[in-house]
Design a protein around this ligand. Sequence first.
Ligand code: TPP
Ligand code: MG
Length: 349
Amino acid sequence: MAETLSPGLDRDQLLELYRALCLTRAAEERLELLQKQGHVTGGLYRSLGQEAGAVGAAAALRRRTDGTGDFLAPTVRALGALLVFGGELVDFFRQYMARATSPTKGREANVHWSDYQKGFVGPVSPLGTMLEVMAGITLSFNMRGEDRVGMVFYGDGATSTGAWHEGLNFAAVQRCPLILMVEANQWAFSSPTAKNTRLESFTQKAAGYGIAAEAVDGTDVLAVYEAVARAAARARSGGGAQMVELRYFRRLGHAQHDSQDYVDPAVIAEWAARDPIELFHARILSHGVASTDDLVTIRQDVEQQSQVAAEQAIAEPTPPGPDAVNDVYTDLATPHPWTRAETLDPRTQ
Ligand SMILES: Cc1ncc(C[n+]2csc(CCOP(=O)(O)OP(=O)(O)O)c2C)c(N)n1
Ligand SMILES: [Mg+2]
Protein backbone atom coordinates (compact mmCIF):
# COMPACT_ATOMS: atom_id res chain seq x y z
CA MET A 1 0.00 0.00 0.00
CA ALA A 2 0.94 3.63 -0.38
CA GLU A 3 1.68 3.95 3.36
CA THR A 4 4.58 1.53 3.15
CA LEU A 5 6.03 3.26 0.08
CA SER A 6 6.47 6.58 1.87
CA PRO A 7 5.14 7.32 5.36
CA GLY A 8 4.50 11.01 4.75
CA LEU A 9 2.76 10.84 1.36
CA ASP A 10 -0.69 9.68 0.33
CA ARG A 11 -1.68 8.26 -3.05
CA ASP A 12 -2.51 11.65 -4.57
CA GLN A 13 0.83 13.11 -3.51
CA LEU A 14 2.74 10.11 -4.88
CA LEU A 15 0.97 10.42 -8.21
CA GLU A 16 1.61 14.16 -8.24
CA LEU A 17 5.34 13.42 -7.96
CA TYR A 18 5.05 10.90 -10.77
CA ARG A 19 3.20 13.42 -12.93
CA ALA A 20 5.81 16.12 -12.28
CA LEU A 21 8.64 13.77 -13.26
CA CYS A 22 6.88 12.80 -16.47
CA LEU A 23 5.95 16.40 -17.26
CA THR A 24 9.56 17.52 -16.89
CA ARG A 25 10.75 14.77 -19.23
CA ALA A 26 7.96 15.41 -21.75
CA ALA A 27 8.63 19.16 -21.78
CA GLU A 28 12.35 18.69 -22.37
CA GLU A 29 11.79 16.09 -25.09
CA ARG A 30 9.37 18.48 -26.77
CA LEU A 31 11.95 21.27 -26.51
CA GLU A 32 14.50 19.02 -28.18
CA LEU A 33 12.14 18.56 -31.12
CA LEU A 34 11.49 22.29 -31.27
CA GLN A 35 15.20 22.97 -31.25
CA LYS A 36 15.76 20.61 -34.18
CA GLN A 37 13.03 22.49 -36.02
CA GLY A 38 14.85 25.76 -35.42
CA HIS A 39 12.37 27.26 -32.95
CA VAL A 40 14.62 27.45 -29.88
CA THR A 41 16.78 30.50 -29.24
CA GLY A 42 19.98 29.69 -27.35
CA GLY A 43 21.09 26.44 -25.78
CA LEU A 44 19.00 23.57 -24.55
CA TYR A 45 20.09 21.97 -21.28
CA ARG A 46 18.49 18.64 -20.49
CA SER A 47 18.05 17.17 -17.03
CA LEU A 48 17.75 13.57 -18.25
CA GLY A 49 18.32 11.32 -15.24
CA GLN A 50 18.24 14.26 -12.80
CA GLU A 51 14.49 14.91 -12.77
CA ALA A 52 13.90 13.25 -9.39
CA GLY A 53 16.37 15.59 -7.69
CA ALA A 54 14.55 18.72 -8.81
CA VAL A 55 11.02 17.39 -8.36
CA GLY A 56 11.55 15.60 -5.04
CA ALA A 57 13.33 18.58 -3.50
CA ALA A 58 10.77 21.22 -4.52
CA ALA A 59 7.84 19.02 -3.48
CA ALA A 60 9.18 18.88 0.08
CA LEU A 61 8.86 22.67 0.47
CA ARG A 62 5.75 24.75 1.24
CA ARG A 63 4.21 25.97 -1.97
CA ARG A 64 1.93 28.99 -1.98
CA THR A 65 0.89 31.47 -4.65
CA ASP A 66 0.55 34.61 -2.51
CA GLY A 67 4.21 35.32 -1.84
CA THR A 68 4.25 33.80 1.66
CA GLY A 69 5.58 30.32 0.92
CA ASP A 70 9.08 28.90 0.68
CA PHE A 71 11.40 30.22 -2.00
CA LEU A 72 13.75 28.59 -4.49
CA ALA A 73 16.34 29.39 -7.10
CA PRO A 74 16.88 26.69 -9.73
CA THR A 75 19.66 25.85 -12.13
CA VAL A 76 18.83 25.26 -15.75
CA ARG A 77 18.70 21.54 -14.89
CA ALA A 78 16.04 22.08 -12.24
CA LEU A 79 13.14 22.84 -14.57
CA GLY A 80 11.14 20.21 -12.67
CA ALA A 81 11.42 22.21 -9.44
CA LEU A 82 9.84 25.23 -11.13
CA LEU A 83 7.02 23.14 -12.56
CA VAL A 84 6.35 21.82 -9.03
CA PHE A 85 6.34 25.44 -7.79
CA GLY A 86 3.63 26.37 -10.24
CA GLY A 87 5.67 27.72 -13.16
CA GLU A 88 3.40 27.51 -16.22
CA LEU A 89 4.60 25.09 -18.86
CA VAL A 90 3.72 27.46 -21.68
CA ASP A 91 5.97 30.11 -20.11
CA PHE A 92 9.00 27.80 -20.38
CA PHE A 93 8.30 27.21 -24.06
CA ARG A 94 7.91 30.96 -24.52
CA GLN A 95 11.22 31.56 -22.75
CA TYR A 96 13.06 28.96 -24.83
CA MET A 97 11.59 30.43 -28.02
CA ALA A 98 12.16 34.08 -27.02
CA ARG A 99 8.51 35.00 -27.45
CA ALA A 100 7.29 38.54 -26.73
CA THR A 101 4.70 36.90 -24.47
CA SER A 102 7.35 35.23 -22.29
CA PRO A 103 7.83 36.41 -18.69
CA THR A 104 10.99 38.25 -19.80
CA LYS A 105 9.41 39.51 -23.07
CA GLY A 106 11.88 37.49 -25.11
CA ARG A 107 14.96 38.97 -23.48
CA GLU A 108 16.09 36.06 -21.35
CA ALA A 109 16.10 32.33 -21.98
CA ASN A 110 14.94 29.11 -20.32
CA VAL A 111 14.60 29.22 -16.49
CA HIS A 112 15.91 32.79 -16.20
CA TRP A 113 12.71 34.37 -14.91
CA SER A 114 11.11 35.01 -11.55
CA ASP A 115 7.72 34.84 -9.88
CA TYR A 116 7.91 36.17 -6.34
CA GLN A 117 4.30 35.27 -5.59
CA LYS A 118 4.87 31.62 -6.42
CA GLY A 119 8.27 31.79 -4.75
CA PHE A 120 11.05 31.47 -7.28
CA VAL A 121 13.80 33.68 -8.58
CA GLY A 122 15.65 33.05 -11.84
CA PRO A 123 19.32 32.21 -11.61
CA VAL A 124 22.10 34.59 -12.55
CA SER A 125 24.64 32.98 -14.83
CA PRO A 126 27.99 33.36 -13.01
CA LEU A 127 28.13 30.02 -11.23
CA GLY A 128 27.91 30.02 -7.44
CA THR A 129 26.49 33.53 -7.09
CA MET A 130 22.88 32.44 -6.49
CA LEU A 131 23.98 31.01 -3.18
CA GLU A 132 24.77 34.57 -2.09
CA VAL A 133 21.45 35.88 -3.40
CA MET A 134 19.54 33.17 -1.59
CA ALA A 135 21.57 33.71 1.56
CA GLY A 136 20.29 37.30 1.49
CA ILE A 137 16.70 36.23 0.85
CA THR A 138 16.74 33.72 3.69
CA LEU A 139 18.46 36.20 6.00
CA SER A 140 15.46 38.47 5.42
CA PHE A 141 13.15 35.60 6.49
CA ASN A 142 15.07 35.41 9.76
CA MET A 143 15.09 39.17 10.29
CA ARG A 144 11.32 39.42 9.75
CA GLY A 145 10.64 36.36 11.85
CA GLU A 146 8.94 34.60 8.91
CA ASP A 147 8.54 30.85 9.00
CA ARG A 148 9.97 30.28 5.51
CA VAL A 149 12.96 28.49 4.06
CA GLY A 150 14.84 29.03 0.82
CA MET A 151 16.41 26.48 -1.49
CA VAL A 152 19.20 27.01 -3.99
CA PHE A 153 20.35 24.54 -6.61
CA TYR A 154 23.81 24.55 -8.15
CA GLY A 155 25.96 22.06 -10.03
CA ASP A 156 28.88 20.17 -8.53
CA GLY A 157 31.27 22.25 -10.66
CA ALA A 158 29.83 25.45 -9.17
CA THR A 159 31.00 24.36 -5.69
CA SER A 160 34.54 25.25 -6.77
CA THR A 161 33.81 28.93 -7.33
CA GLY A 162 34.81 31.62 -4.87
CA ALA A 163 31.29 33.03 -4.74
CA TRP A 164 29.91 29.68 -3.62
CA HIS A 165 32.33 29.50 -0.67
CA GLU A 166 31.66 33.06 0.43
CA GLY A 167 27.91 32.59 0.17
CA LEU A 168 28.01 29.33 2.09
CA ASN A 169 30.11 30.80 4.88
CA PHE A 170 27.76 33.78 5.17
CA ALA A 171 24.66 31.55 5.25
CA ALA A 172 26.29 29.27 7.83
CA VAL A 173 27.39 32.08 10.14
CA GLN A 174 24.05 33.89 9.90
CA ARG A 175 22.15 30.61 10.43
CA CYS A 176 20.07 31.31 7.36
CA PRO A 177 17.16 28.88 6.77
CA LEU A 178 18.71 27.89 3.45
CA ILE A 179 18.82 24.45 1.85
CA LEU A 180 21.69 23.99 -0.59
CA MET A 181 21.08 21.35 -3.25
CA VAL A 182 24.28 20.07 -4.86
CA GLU A 183 23.52 18.53 -8.24
CA ALA A 184 26.36 16.00 -8.17
CA ASN A 185 26.04 14.75 -11.74
CA GLN A 186 29.76 13.98 -11.97
CA TRP A 187 30.55 16.43 -14.78
CA ALA A 188 31.03 20.14 -15.27
CA PHE A 189 31.10 20.69 -19.02
CA SER A 190 33.85 18.19 -20.01
CA SER A 191 35.57 18.13 -16.59
CA PRO A 192 34.92 15.06 -14.44
CA THR A 193 34.48 15.37 -10.67
CA ALA A 194 38.05 14.19 -10.09
CA LYS A 195 39.28 17.37 -11.80
CA ASN A 196 36.89 19.48 -9.75
CA THR A 197 37.58 18.32 -6.20
CA ARG A 198 39.76 15.92 -4.20
CA LEU A 199 36.89 15.18 -1.82
CA GLU A 200 34.87 11.98 -1.82
CA SER A 201 31.63 13.82 -1.21
CA PHE A 202 30.43 17.41 -1.41
CA THR A 203 29.03 16.98 2.10
CA GLN A 204 32.65 17.31 3.27
CA LYS A 205 32.57 20.89 2.03
CA ALA A 206 29.58 21.48 4.32
CA ALA A 207 31.58 20.14 7.26
CA GLY A 208 34.23 22.77 6.54
CA TYR A 209 31.64 25.47 7.20
CA GLY A 210 29.93 23.79 10.15
CA ILE A 211 26.58 23.03 8.54
CA ALA A 212 24.60 19.78 8.46
CA ALA A 213 24.65 17.78 5.22
CA GLU A 214 23.28 14.60 3.82
CA ALA A 215 23.95 12.78 0.54
CA VAL A 216 21.11 10.99 -1.19
CA ASP A 217 20.46 8.84 -4.27
CA GLY A 218 19.28 11.52 -6.70
CA THR A 219 17.49 8.98 -8.90
CA ASP A 220 15.11 8.09 -6.05
CA VAL A 221 12.41 10.74 -5.85
CA LEU A 222 11.14 9.58 -2.45
CA ALA A 223 14.62 9.47 -0.91
CA VAL A 224 15.18 13.03 -2.15
CA TYR A 225 11.81 14.17 -0.82
CA GLU A 226 12.49 12.67 2.60
CA ALA A 227 16.03 14.05 2.86
CA VAL A 228 14.83 17.54 1.96
CA ALA A 229 11.86 17.30 4.31
CA ARG A 230 14.32 16.52 7.13
CA ALA A 231 16.61 19.39 6.08
CA ALA A 232 13.67 21.81 5.88
CA ALA A 233 12.44 20.78 9.34
CA ARG A 234 15.92 21.42 10.77
CA ALA A 235 16.15 24.79 9.00
CA ARG A 236 12.69 25.85 10.23
CA SER A 237 13.55 25.02 13.82
CA GLY A 238 16.60 27.26 13.91
CA GLY A 239 19.14 24.73 12.64
CA GLY A 240 20.51 27.14 10.03
CA ALA A 241 21.81 26.26 6.57
CA GLN A 242 21.58 22.66 5.35
CA MET A 243 23.11 20.82 2.42
CA VAL A 244 21.66 17.91 0.45
CA GLU A 245 23.89 16.28 -2.17
CA LEU A 246 22.04 14.65 -5.06
CA ARG A 247 24.05 11.73 -6.43
CA TYR A 248 23.32 10.88 -10.03
CA PHE A 249 24.75 11.34 -13.51
CA ARG A 250 24.48 13.80 -16.39
CA ARG A 251 23.26 11.38 -19.06
CA LEU A 252 23.48 13.87 -21.94
CA GLY A 253 26.07 16.46 -22.92
CA HIS A 254 26.35 19.82 -21.18
CA ALA A 255 23.85 21.17 -23.72
CA GLN A 256 22.44 19.79 -26.93
CA HIS A 257 25.47 20.91 -28.93
CA ASP A 258 27.74 18.63 -26.83
CA SER A 259 27.83 15.02 -28.06
CA GLN A 260 29.55 13.98 -24.81
CA ASP A 261 31.99 11.73 -26.66
CA TYR A 262 34.44 12.16 -23.77
CA VAL A 263 32.19 10.03 -21.51
CA ASP A 264 32.42 6.22 -21.42
CA PRO A 265 29.21 4.91 -23.09
CA ALA A 266 29.18 1.96 -20.67
CA VAL A 267 28.83 4.35 -17.72
CA ILE A 268 26.00 6.21 -19.45
CA ALA A 269 24.28 2.86 -20.03
CA GLU A 270 24.66 1.95 -16.34
CA TRP A 271 22.90 5.15 -15.34
CA ALA A 272 20.25 4.76 -18.02
CA ALA A 273 19.33 1.51 -16.26
CA ARG A 274 18.66 3.63 -13.14
CA ASP A 275 16.21 5.97 -14.80
CA PRO A 276 14.33 7.89 -12.07
CA ILE A 277 10.95 7.71 -13.80
CA GLU A 278 11.19 3.99 -14.54
CA LEU A 279 12.34 3.27 -10.97
CA PHE A 280 9.44 5.19 -9.44
CA HIS A 281 7.00 3.68 -11.95
CA ALA A 282 8.05 0.16 -10.86
CA ARG A 283 7.72 1.02 -7.16
CA ILE A 284 4.27 2.52 -7.61
CA LEU A 285 3.13 -0.68 -9.30
CA SER A 286 4.82 -3.06 -6.88
CA HIS A 287 3.23 -1.27 -3.91
CA GLY A 288 -0.20 -1.22 -5.52
CA VAL A 289 -0.45 2.57 -5.38
CA ALA A 290 -1.84 2.75 -8.91
CA SER A 291 -2.34 0.54 -11.95
CA THR A 292 -0.39 0.50 -15.20
CA ASP A 293 -3.43 2.07 -16.86
CA ASP A 294 -3.40 4.95 -14.35
CA LEU A 295 0.26 5.64 -15.07
CA VAL A 296 -0.14 5.38 -18.83
CA THR A 297 -2.96 7.91 -18.60
CA ILE A 298 -0.69 10.31 -16.71
CA ARG A 299 2.03 9.93 -19.35
CA GLN A 300 -0.46 10.58 -22.14
CA ASP A 301 -1.82 13.63 -20.31
CA VAL A 302 1.58 15.25 -19.93
CA GLU A 303 2.44 14.54 -23.58
CA GLN A 304 -0.77 16.23 -24.60
CA GLN A 305 -0.15 19.14 -22.21
CA SER A 306 3.35 19.67 -23.64
CA GLN A 307 2.12 19.57 -27.19
CA VAL A 308 -0.64 22.10 -26.54
CA ALA A 309 1.72 24.46 -24.67
CA ALA A 310 4.38 24.21 -27.37
CA GLU A 311 1.86 24.91 -30.14
CA GLN A 312 0.54 27.92 -28.27
CA ALA A 313 4.04 29.37 -27.84
CA ILE A 314 4.99 28.70 -31.47
CA ALA A 315 1.95 30.66 -32.62
CA GLU A 316 2.98 33.73 -30.61
CA PRO A 317 5.28 36.47 -31.95
CA THR A 318 8.87 37.29 -31.11
CA PRO A 319 9.35 40.91 -29.97
CA PRO A 320 10.18 43.63 -32.50
CA GLY A 321 13.88 44.52 -32.37
CA PRO A 322 13.48 48.12 -31.13
CA ASP A 323 11.66 46.80 -28.02
CA ALA A 324 15.07 45.71 -26.78
CA VAL A 325 15.72 49.23 -25.48
CA ASN A 326 12.48 49.37 -23.48
CA ASP A 327 12.55 48.71 -19.72
CA VAL A 328 16.25 49.50 -19.62
CA TYR A 329 16.01 52.85 -17.84
CA THR A 330 14.00 53.55 -14.74
CA ASP A 331 10.89 55.72 -14.57
CA LEU A 332 11.91 57.34 -11.27
CA ALA A 333 10.31 60.78 -10.83
CA THR A 334 13.68 62.14 -9.76
CA PRO A 335 16.15 60.14 -11.76
CA HIS A 336 19.57 59.39 -10.40
CA PRO A 337 22.18 61.62 -12.02
CA TRP A 338 23.49 58.63 -13.94
CA THR A 339 20.04 57.65 -15.25
CA ARG A 340 19.08 58.68 -18.74
CA ALA A 341 15.41 59.51 -18.38
CA GLU A 342 14.36 58.99 -21.96
CA THR A 343 14.75 55.87 -23.98
CA LEU A 344 16.13 56.67 -27.39
CA ASP A 345 14.39 55.02 -30.28
CA PRO A 346 17.17 53.46 -32.38
CA ARG A 347 15.08 53.80 -35.54
CA THR A 348 15.29 57.59 -35.32
CA GLN A 349 18.97 57.82 -34.37
C1 TPP B 1 31.81 31.65 -12.79
C2 TPP B 1 31.45 30.92 -14.06
N1 TPP B 1 32.41 30.22 -14.72
C3 TPP B 1 32.10 29.56 -15.85
C4 TPP B 1 30.82 29.57 -16.35
C5 TPP B 1 30.48 28.82 -17.64
N2 TPP B 1 29.74 27.59 -17.31
C6 TPP B 1 28.41 27.54 -17.41
S1 TPP B 1 27.78 26.04 -16.95
C7 TPP B 1 29.34 25.44 -16.63
C8 TPP B 1 29.52 24.04 -16.10
C9 TPP B 1 28.76 23.86 -14.84
O1 TPP B 1 28.99 22.59 -14.28
P1 TPP B 1 28.19 22.19 -13.01
O2 TPP B 1 28.21 23.29 -12.01
O3 TPP B 1 28.71 20.86 -12.57
O4 TPP B 1 26.68 22.07 -13.55
P2 TPP B 1 26.10 21.02 -14.62
O5 TPP B 1 26.27 21.67 -15.97
O6 TPP B 1 26.86 19.75 -14.49
O7 TPP B 1 24.68 20.86 -14.27
C10 TPP B 1 30.30 26.41 -16.88
C11 TPP B 1 31.75 26.19 -16.68
C12 TPP B 1 29.85 30.33 -15.64
N3 TPP B 1 28.57 30.38 -16.04
N4 TPP B 1 30.19 30.96 -14.50
MG1 MG C 1 27.87 19.00 -12.85
